[in-house]
Design a protein around this ligand. Structure first.
Ligand SMILES: Nc1ncnc2c1ncn2[C@@H]1O[C@H](COP(=O)(O)OP(=O)(O)OP(=O)(O)O)[C@@H](O)[C@H]1O
Length: 223
């Protein structure tokens, strides 16, 4: 599985190009941080990779990508639905039986430290809980390409480390994971970095430190 860009750039009407043309080759197993100052186009690049925005110039090729997962910067859920419902529903929609879906959903909630709030309605979750729930939901159906906007912005240090660890495991299990982030800790956990503030941004490999994450159970072995 591979996501490639050639000469990819974008501008909104009447505005200059957000970043110089990008030639990127992202392959399964990579956890990629997209960095740069506010407004440089990190979220827009995620939308281009997903195919939600048509590029003003260049192209994106997704080879072997069947499922795309997305986690927005601000969590969006259904106010009256419980946390576990948010994970079970996409599993049911993907064809899982209810018992299997509930069991997998519980495993994922535990993975993200949400087992204690499984039965709580979305409106009663804290910002950090809601953000982690969105990750659990996005991971549930085993996306080949997972795009995550600021996954650690609302989290304390220990939880942010744990979430980064889970993203590492997800990439290692065979997904391409791309994270837009300002957080130096989240950036350090990534295997590669694209810094949009550079004159000629490119994919740079970096040494990956050991990350204290929760068990990868529930992330590996996706169908
Ligand atoms: N639909 C749109 N129409 C016009 N301008 C837009 C649109 N979406 C984003 N922009 C502008 O494009 C620029 C890049 O936005 P983007 O959200 O990609 O930046 P970012 O690097 O993710 O920012 P942040 O770190 O603050 O989240 C910003 O100036 C933003 O106002």
């Amino acid at each position: 599985m591979r996501v490639s860009t050639r000469g990819l750039s974008h501008h909104f009407p009447g505005a200059p190009a957000l970043f110089p043309p990008l030639d990127l080759d992202l392959v399964a197993g990579q956890l990629v941080a997209v960095c740069g100052p506010s407004g440089c186009g990190k979220s827009t690049l995620l939308s281009l990779l997903a195919g939600w925005v048509t590029p003003a110039s260049g192209r994106v090729e997704r080879d072997g990508v069947r499922r795309i997962g997305w986690v927005f910067q601000s969590p969006h859920g259904v106010s009256g639905r419980t946390a576990i419902d948010h994970v079970v529903l996409p599993l049911l929609a993907a064809g899982h039986r209810r018992v299997a879906a509930e069991s997998r959903a519980l495993g994922l909630l535990a993975l993200f430290g949400l087992d204690q709030v499984a039965g709580r309605p979305f409106r009663a979750l804290s910002g950090g809980e809601a953000q982690r729930l969105m990750l659990a939901r996005a991971v549930a159906t085993g996306p080949d390409l997972l795009l995550v906007d600021e996954p650690t912005a609302q989290l304390d240090l220990a939880t942010a480390r744990s979430v980064s660890g889970t993203l590492v495991h997800l990439a290692q299990a065979g997904s391409v994971v791309v994270v837009a982030t300002h957080d130096p800790g989240a950036r350090r956990a990534c295997s590669h970095v694209v810094d949009l503030a550079e004159q000629a941004p490119r994919l740079v490999e970096q040494p990956v430190p050991a990350v204290a994450g929760r068990s990868s159970a529930g992330v590996e072995g996706q169908e």
